[in-house]
Design a protein around this ligand. Structure first.
Ligand SMILES: Cc1cc2nc3c(=O)[nH]c(=O)nc-3n(C[C@H](O)[C@H](O)[C@H](O)COP(=O)(O)OP(=O)(O)OC[C@H]3O[C@@H](n4cnc5c(N)ncnc54)[C@H](O)[C@@H]3O)c2cc1C
Ligand SMILES: *[C@@H]1O[C@H](CO)[C@@H](O)[C@H](O)[C@H]1NC(C)=O
Ligand SMILES: *[C@@H]1O[C@H](CO)[C@@H](O)[C@H](O)[C@H]1NC(C)=O
Ligand SMILES: *[C@@H]1O[C@H](CO)[C@@H](O)[C@H](O)[C@H]1NC(C)=O
Ligand SMILES: *[C@@H]1O[C@H](CO)[C@@H](O)[C@H](O)[C@H]1NC(C)=O
Ligand SMILES: *[C@@H]1O[C@H](CO)[C@@H](O)[C@H](O)[C@H]1NC(C)=O
Ligand SMILES: *[C@@H]1O[C@H](CO)[C@@H](O)[C@H](O)[C@H]1NC(C)=O
Length: 541
C-alpha cells in the first residue's frame, strides 16, 4: 500500500519535473531565437504573480474557472509576429503543445484548456496584436485577430457612418475565433456571413512561415474562412470588404407574454422570417418566467434590426407580418454603430466607448452551456406547445430562432466550409445559464439542456443533425489526447460542415499540417490518421 503510494509519488514527481524541464528548454529556445525582438515581458509562468489574472482575463465562460482539464504551463503574449514564428518552431522542437486564444469566447474553453494531460502546453494569447486599419476609399478593414468586434465597429464608425461589417452581436468576441469559424450576425440576410466578406488573410503555418492568401493558396484560404483557425496555424489578420449601411437604421425589441399570442406570432414568424425583405432581421427568443400568480409562463422577445427608416419598416410589417403588432412607437432610429451596442443589450444612448471595453458584460458572467440546430421547415402550433411545455419542465431553458434566407440562399454551400445555406429557415441556439456553483448544479443544467435538445429532434435537420461550428459543443464528439482520429473527427465534422466540406478540410489539413501539431479536442483530423486508425486497431487488440 505505502509502497504503491511511493511509486505513484515518484512517478508523479518525475512527470512533473520532465514537464518543467520541457517548459524551461522551450523558454530557452524562444529567448535565443528572439534576440532581435526580445521576449522580455511577454512570457508568464505559473510562478509569476500576474499569471492568474492574465489567464482569467479571457475566460468567458466561468463554467471553466475550476476545470479539472489540463491548464497551460505558460502564457505567451506576443507583441511581434516573430514571437509566434519562434514559439511554433521551439514548441515542435521541445515537445510543447499550444492553444491560440483571441477573445476566449470558445463555448467549451478549447482556447485555454486541454484534454491532453501528457503534453504540456502554452496559451498563445493574441490580445496585443489587435491593430485595425480602416480604408474608406477601398472600403476595406485590415484587422489583426486579437481585436474585438466592438473595437472594429468603433473604428469603422470613426471613419464613416455609412459603412459596417456584418459580424456577431457580442462586442467582446474577437476576430480570431469568430471569423475563422464563419461569423453570424444580424445583417446576415442582407450580406451573408462575415467569412463571405474576407478578401485576404495572414497566417503562420506549422513551419513558422508567414503566408498571405496568395502564398498559402486558395485551399488553405478556404479552410480558415469557416473551418476554424486552430487546426491550420495562427491567423494574424483578416482583410474584410466593408458593406454600405444607411446613415440611420431602425431597431426594435418587442416582448410578448400571452402564450396564445406567442403561438400565433411564432406560427407566422415561421412563414415569413426567412422570406422578408433582406434588410429586415427579426430574431425570436423564448424563455420561461413566473407570471404575477407565480405560474410558469413563456415569454417571447423579438430583437430586430432594419436597414432603413421607421416608415418603410412599418409599411413592410403591415403587409407581411401584421400579427407581430409592431407600432411606430416601438421603433428607434439610430446610426448603425449605435445599433451594435443596443442590439447587444446596452441602453439607447450608451456612449460608444462601451464598444472598446474588453471586459464581459456582468450578466454574461455566469456559467453556461450552448447547443445549436438548423431548422428546415416551420414548426406547427402543436409542436410549439409541446416545446413550451418541455421548457417549463426543465431548468433555465432559453431558445432563440435566428432567421436565414436572403443573401444566404444565393451563396453556394461549398463556397466556404459553413454549409447551412439555402434550404434553412433558421439557426436555433439553446442557452442555459445558471447561478449556482459546483459540479452537481452544473450537471443538472447540462442534463436539462441535453433533454431539451433531445425533445427538439423531430423538428430539426437530420442525417446529419447539423450544428453551427462557432457554437462549439463537445456533446457532438471529441478527439481525445491529440489523436485526432479521422473516424472520431468525422462524427462532429459532418455535423459542423457536412460531408463534402468536411472531407475537403481533411485534405487541406493533411497537406499543411500532416503531423497534426495544431490540434484540439474538435480539430480537423488528417487523412493519415484514417490509416493509423485501422493499424492501431490491431495494436490495441
Ligand atoms: C457572449 C458570446 C456571444 C457570441 N455571439 C456570437 C454571434 O453573435 N455570432 C457568432 O457567430 N458567434 C457568436 N459567439 C461565438 C463566437 O463566435 C465563438 O465562440 C468564437 O470562436 C469566439 O472567438 P474568440 O476569438 O473570442 O474565442 P477564442 O476562445 O479565443 O477562440 C475560439 C477558437 O478559435 C481559435 N482561434 C482563436 N484565434 C485564433 C487565431 N488567431 N488563429 C487560429 N486560431 C484561433 C481558438 O484556438 C479556439 O479554437 C458568441 C460567443 C459568446 C461567448
Ligand atoms: C511576470 O511576467 C511578466 C511577463 O513576462 C513580467 O513582466 C513580470 O516582471 C513578471 N513578474 C514577476 C514578479 O516576476
Ligand atoms: C518560474 O518558472 C519558470 C518556468 O518553469 C522557470 O524558468 C523559473 O526559473 C521560475 N522562477 C522562479 C523564481 O522559480
Ligand atoms: C472566475 O474567476 C475569476 C478570476 O478569479 C473571477 O473574477 C470570477 O468572478 C470567477 N467567476 C465565477 C463565477 O466563479
Ligand atoms: C424613408 O426611406 C424611404 C426609402 O429610402 C424614403 O423614400 C422616405 O422618404 C423615408 N422617410 C422618411 C420619413 O425619412
Ligand atoms: C441569477 O443571477 C442573475 C444576474 O446576477 C440575476 O439577474 C438572476 O435573477 C439570478 N437568477 C436566479 C434564478 O437566481
Ligand atoms: C470555483 O471555486 C471557487 C472556490 O471554491 C468558488 O468560489 C467559485 O464559485 C467556483 N466557480 C464556479 C464557476 O464554480
Amino acid at each position: 500500500m505505502t509502497f504503491s503510494i511511493l511509486v505513484f509519488l515518484l512517478l508523479f514527481i518525475s512527470i512533473k519535473c520532465s514537464a518543467d524541464h520541457v517548459t524551461d528548454s522551450f523558454i530557452n529556445c524562444l529567448t535565443i531565437r528572439s534576440r532581435n525582438f526580445p521576449i522580455t515581458g511577454i512570457v508568464y509562468a505559473p510562478n509569476n504573480s500576474s499569471f492568474s489574472s492574465v489567464y482569467h482575463a479571457y475566460i468567458r465562460n466561468p463554467r471553466f474557472n475550476n476545470s479539472t482539464r489540463a491548464k497551460p504551463s505558460l502564457i505567451i503574449t506576443p507583441t511581434h509576429v516573430s514571437h509566434i514564428q519562434n514559439a511554433i518552431v521551439c514548441a515542435k522542437k521541445h515537445g510543447m503543445q499550444m492553444r491560440t486564444r483571441c477573445g476566449g469566447h470558445d463555448y467549451e474553453g478549447l482556447s485555454y484548456l486541454s484534454f491532453e494531460d501528457t503534453t504540456p502546453f502554452f496559451i498563445l494569447d493574441m490580445f496585443n496584436l489587435r491593430s485595425i486599419d480602416i480604408n474608406i476609399e477601398q472600403e476595406t478593414a485590415l484587422v489583426q485577430t486579437g481585436a474585438t468586434l466592438g473595437e472594429v465597429y468603433y473604428r469603422i464608425a470613426e471613419k464613416s457612418n455609412t459603412h459596417g461589417l456584418p459580424a456577431g452581436v457580442c462586442p467582446t468576441v474577437a476576430i480570431g475565433g469568430h471569423c475563422s469559424g464563419a461569423g453570424y450576425g444580424n445583417m446576415i440576410r442582407k450580406f451573408g456571413l462575415t467569412v463571405d466578406l474576407i478578401q485576404d488573410a495572414e497566417l503562420i503555418d506549422v513551419n513558422g512561415r508567414l503566408l498571405d492568401r496568395e502564398s498559402m493558396g486558395e485551399e488553405l484560404f478556404w479552410a480558415i474562412t469557416g473551418g476554424g483557425g486552430a487546426s491550420f496555424g495562427v491567423i494574424i489578420s483578416f482583410l474584410f470588404k466593408l458593406v454600405r449601411v444607411p446613415p440611420q437604421v431602425t431597431f426594435f425589441n418587442l416582448e410578448r407574454t400571452s402564450e396564445d399570442d406567442i403561438l400565433n406570432i411564432a406560427n407566422n414568424w415561421f412563414q415569413v422570417a426567412n422570406k422578408l425583405d433582406n434588410n429586415l432581421f427579426i430574431r425570436m427568443t423564448f424563455n420561461v418566467i413566473n407570471n404575477i400568480e407565480g405560474i410558469k409562463t413563456v415569454r417571447a422577445t423579438f430583437p430586430s434590426l432594419f436597414l432603413g427608416n421607421t416608415s418603410t419598416l412599418m409599411s413592410l410589417m403591415n403587409k407581411c407580418f401584421p400579427e407581430l403588432g409592431l407600432q411606430d412607437s416601438d421603433c428607434v432610429e439610430m446610426s448603425w454603430v449605435e445599433s451594435t451596442l443596443v442590439y447587444a443589450g446596452f441602453p439607447v444612448g450608451t456612449s460608444l466607448d462601451a464598444l472598446l471595453s474588453r471586459s464581459q458584460q456582468s450578466e454574461r458572467d455566469r456559467p453556461f452551456k450552448i447547443k445549436s440546430d438548423f431548422l428546415k421547415s416551420p414548426i406547427s402550433k402543436h409542436g410549439m406547445e409541446s416545446i413550451f411545455n418541455k421548457m417549463k419542465e426543465l431548468k433555465n431553458q432559453m431558445i432563440t430562432f435566428n432567421p436565414l434566407g436572403g443573401r444566404m440562399n444565393e451563396i453556394s454551400e461549398f463556397a466556404k466550409p459553413y454549409p447551412h445555406r439555402a434550404g434553412n429557415l433558421a439557426k436555433i441556439e439553446y442557452e442555459t445559464y445558471w447561478n449556482d456553483t459546483g459540479t452537481e448544479a452544473e450537471n443538472q443544467y447540462l442534463e436539462s439542456t441535453r433533454l431539451m435538445y433531445e425533445h427538439m429532434t423531430p423538428y430539426v435537420s437530420e442525417n446529419p443533425r447539423e450544428a453551427f461550428f462557432n457554437y462549439r459543443d463537445l456533446d457532438l464528439g471529441v478527439n481525445y489526447n491529440g489523436e485526432n482520429s479521422y473516424e472520431e473527427g468525422k462524427v462532429y465534422g459532418v455535423r459542423y460542415w457536412k460531408e463534402v466540406n468536411f472531407n475537403r478540410l481533411v485534405m487541406v489539413k493533411s497537406v499543411v499540417d500532416p503531423h497534426n501539431f495544431f490540434r484540439n479536442e474538435q480539430g480537423i483530423p488528417t487523412i493519415w490518421s484514417k490509416f493509423q486508425d485501422s493499424a492501431s486497431f490491431s495494436n490495441h487488440g
